[in-house]
Design a protein around this ligand. Structure first.
Ligand code: UDP
Ligand code: GLC
Ligand code: MN
Length: 350
């Protein structure tokens, strides 16, 4: 239906990359409208690329809680701006929407979410009596928007971001109506895979949406061709079980990078590039391997060009392939392509 939309948010170009992968994954499985809310600081070139993937690119004011005390408890000082999400209630030309964080990715059709009512969401893995606000069904309404802003200014948010506020506002979510509890499969937090691996093995095949919740975002990694190793933070569990991360990167390199390069968001890789090609962590807060955004951009750009230019790799044994995979040498365009990874994941889970 034309008055249904999937909605996301990107206040800067980094989250813009996430929004592009999310949008591209949605396009693969749905014909619903796609809308992205962006902040004024998102670059013009990123806006152009977003408009290739999204039907509706809307500039909104940034709403920031500036609540450093609660954000410190959450250990995410940067998340005050997630209150900007509240603008999604102003999209009144749609009757019903599904909000999705820019760090989520769709693995199957999820149009059935539009049969649910406001506010439907999945439990938060850290506190299951709260819903996670990375995926939720809502009805745009200026009245609700005003009430939310009012609550935010009167009481603040218990986590300094949108999730605390929304849980206080829709405070009967955990008790009143089970239909508003989305199955975890609609917001599978990548963190949970490691905290309850047997459940992941039993039910993970049904995953519909993966959420890269936490500090380490997929776009914080790239490849270091010099050492050909995963040079991320060794404590980062995402790297222990990297299939979903690989799916994200596969979509990024095959469908998004060409657009970013064409529109100059990513610099042309043909000149003055460093020899990069393994997974490199760029966690802004904790990782000593941090690199700046520009280097990552260049690295990624080079990766795509190298991948496009190289001849098909010779066939190798599955053991050798696994070894290469573990060393961060992933053949995104060939054996480790999106479809192959997804097939492997499905077989493993079944
Ligand atoms: N977001 C944004 N800019 C920021 C931080 C967050 O646009 O600087 C948006 C983006 O859509 C993101 C969502 O707010 O996915 C929630 O933040 P995040 O996903 O980082 O939180 P987490 O799910 O890791 O707790
Ligand atoms: C959560 C949610 C995210 C939200 C953040 C701040 O962890 O995943 O969507 O923005 O908390 O409230
Ligand atoms: Mn998120």
């Amino acid at each position: 239906m034309a008055d249904h939309a999937f909605v996301t948010l990107a206040t800067n170009d980094s989250y813009g990359k996430g929004a592009l992968v999310l949008g591209s994954s949605l396009r693969k499985y749905t014909s619903k409208k796609l809308a992205v809310l962006i902040a004024p600081q998102v670059s013009d070139s990123m806006r152009k690329v977003l408009s290739k993937v999204y039907d509706d690119v809307r500039v909104v004011d940034v709403l920031d809680s500036k609540d450093s005390a609660h954000l410190a408890l959450l250990e995410r000082p940067e998340l005050g701006v997630t209150l900007t999400k509240l603008h999604c209630w102003t999209l009144t030309e749609y009757t019903k929407c599904v909000f999705m964080d820019a760090d989520t990715m769709v693995l199957q059709n999820i149009d059935d979410l539009f049969e649910r009512e406001e506010l439907s969401a999945a439990p938060d893995p850290g506190w299951p009596d709260c819903f996670n606000s990375g995926v939720f069904v809502f009805r745009p309404s200026i009245e609700t928007y005003k009430q939310l802003l009012h609550k935010a200014s009167e009481e603040g948010s218990f986590d300094g971001g949108d999730q605390g506020l929304l849980n206080s506002f829709f405070n009967t979510w955990s008790t009143k109506d089970i239909h508003k509890h989305l199955p975890f499969m609609y917001n599978l937090s990548s963190i949970s895979i490691y905290t309850y691996l047997p459940a992941f093995k039993a039910f993970g095949a049904n995953a519909k949406v993966v959420h890269f919740l936490g500090k380490a975002k997929p776009w914080n990694y790239t490849y270091d061709s010099k050492t050909q190793t995963v040079k991320g933070n060794v404590h980062d569990q995402t790297l222990i079980h990297p299939e979903f991360l690989s799916l994200w990167w596969n979509t990024y390199t095959s469908r998004i990078l060409p657009l970013l390069t064409e529109h100059g968001v990513v610099k042309d890789a043909s000149t003055g590039l460093k020899a990069l090609s393994g997974l490199v962590c760029s966690l802004a807060f904790s990782c000593r391997f941090c690199r700046d955004e520009e280097e990552i951009t260049e690295a990624v750009s080079q990766l795509s060009i190298a991948a496009a230019a190289s001849p098909p790799p010779p066939s190798i044994s599955s053991e050798e392939r696994r070894e290469r995979w573990e060393q961060g040498q992933v053949d995104y365009m060939g054996a480790d392509s999106y479809d192959n990874i997804k097939k492997k994941l499905d077989t493993y889970l079944q």
